[in-house]
Design a protein around this ligand. Structure first.
Ligand code: PML
Ligand code: MG
Length: 164
């Protein structure tokens, strides 16, 4: 995950801070971090930013389901995570890292415009409820990214792309 974040343009220091965040008890939303310093930029440390108002266009969803099935991935969490990562990517964020907080679901991913959605499994051991989501941004864009993530309705109309 660290290498993929650095490949995506996140500094080693910020990547380390982000990975520490998803190695803890999860918060409801995403933590927004400065992609250079790793400073936390959202205003609610105990909550983070909920990435909401994102869904699949039905045909695109069906295509994505087929593409995942070809790789042996059959889980609604993967489909929902790809929609969410598509919205995060369109927000202008530098990169995102996520590790499921479900103790029975062992996958995670790193996503960015540079590398796409890179799914990794297992990223933890069964029974481990630590996890979460971190979005790395350019500091001067933090406010715009946060309002896009929380408020802007987005429809994913092609696998890997977003039509807002
Ligand atoms: C996947 O690609 O399978 C999704 C991994 C992250 C899931 C996050 C969650 O819903 O807990
Ligand atoms: Mg969860």
């Amino acid at each position: 995950m660290r290498s993929l974040l650095i490949l995506s343009g996140v500094s080693p220091e910020a990547a380390a801070k982000g990975l520490r965040h998803i190695d803890c008890r999860p918060i409801a939303g995403a933590a927004i971090l400065d992609a250079v310093t790793g400073d936390r930029l959202d205003s609610k440390p105990a909550k983070g930013v909920r990435v909401t108002r994102v869904g699949w266009a039905p045909r695109a969803r069906a295509e994505q389901v087929r593409a995942l099935a070809k790789c042996g991935v059959r889980h609604h969490r993967a489909i929902e995570a790809i929609a969410l990562a598509s919205k995060v990517s369109r927000s202008g964020a530098v990169a995102e890292v996520c590790r499921s907080d479900d103790p029975a679901y062992l996958a995670g991913y790193v996503a960015s415009k540079k590398i796409g959605y890179v799914r990794l499994t297992p990223v933890k051991e069964k029974g481990d409820a630590r996890g979460g989501r971190v979005v790395f941004v350019k500091r001067r864009e933090a406010r715009a990214v946060i309002s896009f993530l929380a408020e802007r309705p987005v429809v994913v109309d092609r696998p890997g792309s977003v039509g807002a």
